[in-house]
Structure formats: structure tokens, C-alpha cells
Write a protein that binds this ligand. Sequence first.
Ligand SMILES: Nc1nc(=O)c2c([nH]1)NC[C@@H]1CN(c3ccc(C(=O)N[C@@H](CCC(=O)O)C(=O)O)cc3)CN21
Ligand SMILES: CC(C)C(=O)C(=O)O
Ligand SMILES: [Mg+2]
Length: 269
Amino acid sequence: MSIIKNDYEKMNITKIKKAKNNKKLTVITAYDALFAKLFEEIADIILVGDSLNMSFAGENDTLSATLEQMIYHTKAVCKGAKNSFVVMDMPFGTYNNETQALKNAVKIYQETNAAAVKVEGGENRAHIVKHLTLNSVAVMGHIGLMPQYVRSEGGYKVRGKTKEDVQQLISDAKAIEEAGAFCLVIEGVMSEAAKKITEAINIPTIGIGAGSDTDGQVLVWSDMLGFFEEFKPKFVRHYLNGAELIKESVNQYRNDVQNKTFPGKEEEY
Ligand SMILES: Nc1nc(=O)c2c([nH]1)NC[C@@H]1CN(c3ccc(C(=O)N[C@@H](CCC(=O)O)C(=O)O)cc3)CN21
Ligand SMILES: CC(C)C(=O)C(=O)O
Ligand SMILES: [Mg+2]
């Protein structure tokens, strides 16, 4: 434990809100119990992102992730990180209207220990966020580049490049705050715009590809640890050469098997 220097404290909504203009929030994704346990006492929030559809399931985008799959992974993450504030992404198509969104959010609360859900959308979806928060569901918003819109938008596009778009993003952020969200992810937004959005609202913003002026940062665990070799957008920093280290180790294992040095005497019964 001694090598990990941190001031970990168990998170709750009140503490997260107080982090605005205070301590930067560190958010990381997790998809299973083993990794969730490793992140538990370091990250402020663990996100079970629908990015798992790409980095876990090998699909090309997040759209085919199902509610059942997300619940399965969220259960595993909550088991591994019992003390963490866990947020689950509501997958594409599970919050198209108020009634459907609430029904699915209640199912998430009934079947997992997630503390909150995350939904993508700005002004256009604020009424859905409002319906959830009015019914006691804690909601993290997500604006800017919204991966669940990739097919309808025809790609991933960095936002906030024009005055008009910056104004739209600020309106989106305000609408989501007004709807009762406790926190807001800003993804793929020009840094200057993300700064303006952060200044325009009173709930903490969590950036990914949105510069350093948000109230926190989020990264996908397999990106930042270098396990997802094909995915290296500009905003990812590799803190570990995961893929390289794993391939070297498995290669070593194969060599040991082939030259019969594994198992050794001390590994036998
Ligand atoms: N593993 C993983 N990490 C993520 O960060 C992530 C996912 N999956 N899945 C869901 C979304 C998809 N994300 C993406 C996907 C592609 C780009 C991308 O192509 N970015 C371009 C910039 C595009 C532009 O300039 O308009 C890049 O080259 O960085 C960015 C974010 C972020 N999210
Ligand atoms: C990248 C984060 C914000 C996310 O939504 C995900 O992991 O699905
Ligand atoms: Mg997501």
C-alpha cells in the first residue's frame, strides 16, 4: 500500500459537487471486478462506460451495447470496488423517452449498486434527465462529442469550433444542470470552449479530450494503460505500455512451455 500516495475518501454526490473549483476529480472506466478493485482507492469515480462495447466486446462503436450487458458489467465492477462511487452508462436506445428512461434506470438501481447513471444529450434530452432526477435517480450528463450519435452524425467530430457551436454547448450544459444532473462529462470539445462551459455552470465538469480547465478528467482504462493498441486518439496518454508488456510476458510463457522450463519443481505437486 505504501507506494500508492493518495488521499482517497469515499465519494458521494455532495463531495463530488463540492469538488467544483476545488480538487480535480479523477475518473476512470472499469468493466470488471479485478480492475475495479485496483482503481478503487485511487479514482474518485469509476465509470462503467458503454465504451466496453469497443474495448471489451470488440465492436466498432458503442451502439449495440445492451442494458443487460451493461448491468452484468456494473455488477462485476460494484463487487470489485465496494467502496467506490460507480456510474453506469445507459446504453443507446434505453432512454428515448421519459417513461422508458425511468423504467430502465429503476432496473439499474434494482439490479446493481451503481450510485448514478450517465446519459448522453444536451438541451434535446434535458426533459429526460429531469424526469430521472425528479424520481430520485442521480444523473451524470454527457455533452460535446457524443459517441451514441456516431451513426446519425456520420462520425466522431470535435465540438466547439464555431461561436454558434460554443453557444449551443453552453445552452446544453445549462439545460442539463437545470434538469438536476450532479456532474457533466464534456467530451471532444475545444479546450477554450470546455473552459467556458465549466465557468457557465455550478456542477463539476469531467473532461475527455476537452483540455485542462474542466473540474476533472476521465479516461478509458484500457486506453490509458496501453492495452487498446488500435485506439490512439490525440487525447489519450499512455501511462503503461500494456499491450507490449503482456505480449512479452505471454511470449516468455510460451518459450518456457516449449523448452520445458515451466512448470519447475517448485510449481509441481
Ligand atoms: N476505448 C475507448 N476509448 C474512448 O475514449 C471511447 C471509446 N472507446 N468508445 C466511445 C467513445 C468513442 N470515442 C472517440 C472515438 C473516436 C475519436 C476520434 O476519432 N477522434 C479523432 C478526432 C476527430 C476530429 O478531429 O474531429 C482523433 O484523431 O483524435 C474520438 C473519441 C471516445 N470514446
Ligand atoms: C469515455 C467515457 C466518458 C464514456 O462515456 C465511456 O467510457 O463510455
Ligand atoms: Mg459512454
